[in-house]
Design a protein around this ligand. Structure first.
Ligand code: VTB
Length: 327
């Protein structure tokens, strides 16, 4: 069988493809560091270990990187703060979004789908999103544009998706963060007959699961979660296909001010995948705990095994990289 050789326009492949493996090293190292804190009930320590490891490994990558989604503002985060320069400083100018330990609670409780995540784009390619909530809706590839929309009610969206899929609505499964604020949403989905996969945390994985329905059984992700996680999920969707929309929840003057300072003039803008992550994008995630998408870190006597997914928007290549590291 022949592989598609020219998926995209070669002139748009700004990011050298060898960076994919560089990013794998970064998320692997963060995951190994966090794995030592699995099940220990200490979210902060797990997160700090991942942040430090990610920061150290990024230092070795030949990029002039700038953190656009990170651990917070300069005054609140000692490492990987927004605006921090990262990388060896001798390569292309790129923007970096990180969630060094997505699902800190999942890691602290040793529950599924805690992952270390990083996305890289050409300069200006990732939305500088403030750390607020974002309404999100996402489905997999292969559906006509506009099959679901943030401006539809949840009931309308799942009925439209069921029609497009050619199944009754009671065969649709929606993934939703299990939060009191989603009470009405959950009620609406249940009364439409939809099956719910309620997750306690980790909606980057939740969104990606919706693009991999055959394996996860999830058709749609819907609800509000972190805006930074929304940008990272969009970076992944640029590589695996799928539709997603997001809208920032800027419900106070303070949040609107913060957003304005980050360059967001229209507080009610509906963002599509390309508005959140544009141009050439790479995305990597390594499992910390076992999950639907990735196995967690295996700590053996003499070696440590990691499992990583890494993808590239230009070629739409998705690689699963299992690695064995000597202890
Ligand atoms: C969201 C979600 C994340 O934390 O930010 C959530 O996007 C926090 O939600 O994936 P609450 O403020 O309602 O607790 C995660 O689940 C994990 O960081």
């Amino acid at each position: 069988m022949e592989l598609a050789k020219t998926r995209g326009d070669l002139s748009k492949a700004i990011l050298d493809r060898s960076f994919t493996l560089e990013l794998v090293r970064v998320t692997e190292r963060a995951a190994v560091a966090a794995a030592g804190w699995r099940g220990k009930g200490d979210e902060k320590a797990a997160d700090a270990a991942a942040v430090e490891a990610m920061r150290a490994e990024l230092e070795r990558v030949h990029i002039s990187g700038r953190i656009v989604i990170g651990e917070g503002e300069r005054d609140e985060a000692p490492m990987l703060f927004i605006g921090e320069e990262v990388g060896a400083g001798n390569g292309p100018e790129v923007d970096i979004a990180v969630d060094p330990l997505e699902g800190t609670t999942l890691c602290a409780k040793n529950q599924p789908d805690s992952i270390c995540v990083l996305a890289m784009a050409e300069r200006g390619g990732l939305l500088n999103a403030p750390d607020v909530y974002m309404h999100k809706i996402a489905i997999g590839g292969g559906y006509p544009p506009g099959t679901v929309d943030l401006d539809m009610s949840a009931g309308e969206a799942v009925r439209s998706l069921a029609r497009a899929k050619g199944v009754p609505v009671n065969e649709i499964t929606a993934c939703v963060l299990d939060r009191p604020r989603h009470g009405a949403l959950i009620e609406e989905l249940r009364s439409a007959g939809v099956a719910l996969k309620l997750i306690s945390d980790g909606d980057i994985a939740g969104v990606i699961h919706a693009t991999n329905t055959e394996e996860t059984g999830i058709d749609i992700y819907i609800g509000s979660g972190g805006a930074p996680e929304g940008v990272l999920a969009a970076a992944a969707l640029r590589c695996v296909g799928g539709q997603m929309q997001g809208r920032l929840i800027l419900d106070t003057d303070d949040k609107r001010d913060r957003a304005r300072r980050m360059g967001i003039d229209d507080p009610s803008r509906k963002y599509g995948v390309e508005d959140l992550a544009s141009g050439d994008v790479l995305f990597a995630a390594t499992g910390v705990t076992d999950g639907n998408m990735l196995e967690g870190v295996r700590l053996g006597r003499n070696h440590v095994d990691t499992s990583t997914i890494v993808m590239r928007s230009w070629s739409q290549t998705v690689r699963w990289i299992k690695a064995r590291h000597r202890r």
